[in-house]
Design a protein around this ligand. Structure first.
Ligand SMILES: N[C@@H](CCC(=O)N[C@@H](CS)C(=O)NCC(=O)O)C(=O)O
Length: 237
C-alpha cells in the first residue's frame, strides 16, 4: 500500500512537534518538516484549525487533502497507521494514560517555564525537584505505574509505542541540562522511566533523527537570525 503524503507544520523547536516528527520517522513515513518562524506563523495562525500548532496535513493517494490538529490526536493517528499503537483497547488506554501523565508533567512545568524572572524560575524548579516537591512526587507515582505496566524497555507491554516516544522526548528535555535548576542527574532516580528513556535513545532511527534534527534546527535558527538582522539593517538604513 502506498502511504499518504504528510506535512507536519510546527515551530523550529522541539515543543509539541518533536514527538510527532519522531513517531513519523520511527514508523518509516517520509514527511515534509515544515518549521515556521514566529512571523510566518502570525501570518497563518487564523488559518489553523485551533489557531495553534502542531498541524498535520495528509494528502491521500487520490489527492484528497485533510488536516489534523491536537498533538495527541495526531500522535495516535500516526501510531495507528504506523504500528506504534496497540490494538487491544485496554493496552491502548494504558498508552493514553502515559500520554496524559506526560501532559500533567508539562502542566507542572508550565508556571516556571512562563516565569519571566530568571532567578524566580530557577527557585521554582529547585522547589519542585525536592524529595517532596510537586514534580518529584508526580514522577515517583508515574514511575510506579510504568513499573507495573511496562517492561524494562517500554512503558506499556513489551513493544515500542507512541507512549515511549512521548516519554522519551519529555525525559530528554528534563535531563539534558537546558533547564537551569534541574540537574542532569535528577531524572535518574525514576528507575523505570529512565530505563525507557535510555532504551529509546539507543534505537538507531532515533539516534539518526536526533542528529538530523539538531543540524536542521541550528541551520533554520541561524537563517531566521540572519533574516531578522537584515530586516533591521534595512529599517535603520
Ligand atoms: N492542545 C493543543 C495545544 C497546542 C498549543 O498550545 N500550541 C502552541 C505551541 S506548543 C501554539 O500554537 N502557540 C501559538 C499560539 O497559540 O499563538 C495540542 O496539544 O496540540
Amino acid at each position: 500500500m502506498v502511504s499518504p503524503k504528510f506535512k507536519l507544520t510546527y515551530f523550529n523547536v522541539r515543543g509539541r512537534g518533536e514527538v510527532i516528527r519522531l513517531a513519523l520517522t520511527v514508523a518509516g513515513f517520509e514527511f515534509e518538516d515544515d518549521r515556521l518562524t514566529e512571523e510566518a506563523f502570525a501570518a497563518r495562525k487564523y488559518d489553523m484549525p485551533f489557531n495553534q500548532l502542531p498541524v498535520l496535513e495528509i494528502t491521500e493517494n487520490d489527492g484528497q487533502v485533510k488536516r489534523l490538529a491536537q498533538q495527541h490526536a495526531i500522535l495516535r493517528y500516526i501510531g495507528r497507521i504506523g504500528g506504534l499503537y496497540p490494538e487491544d483497547p485496554f493496552v491502548a488506554a494504558k498508552v493514553d494514560e502515559v500520554l496524559g501523565a506526560c501532559e500533567d508533567v508539562s502542566l507542572i512545568m508550565k508556571p516556571n517555564m512562563s516565569e519571566p524572572d530568571a532567578e524566580k524560575r530557577v527557585n521554582m524548579r529547585e522547589e519542585m525537584i525536592k524529595p517532596e516537591g510537586e514534580l518529584t512526587v508526580f514522577l515517583r507515582k508515574f514511575d510506579a505505574v510504568v513499573a507495573a505496566s511496562g517492561t524494562e524497555a517500554y512503558t506499556v507491554g513489551d513493544k515500542l509505542t507512541i507512549a515511549d516516544l512521548m516519554l522519551y522526548v519529555q525525559a530528554s528535555w528534563l535531563s539534558v541540562g537546558v533547564l537551569r535548576g534541574i540537574p542532569k542527574t535528577y531524572y535518574e532516580q525514576f528507575t523505570y522511566l529512565n530505563k525507557v528513556k535510555e532504551n529509546v535513545d539507543k534505537l538507531p532511527d532515533v539516534a539518526k533523527w536526533n542528529k538530523h534534527a539538531a543540524e536542521l534546527g541550528a541551520k533554520l535558527h541561524a537563517a531566521a537570525l540572519a533574516a531578522k538582522a537584515a530586516a533591521q539593517a534595512t529599517a535603520t538604513a
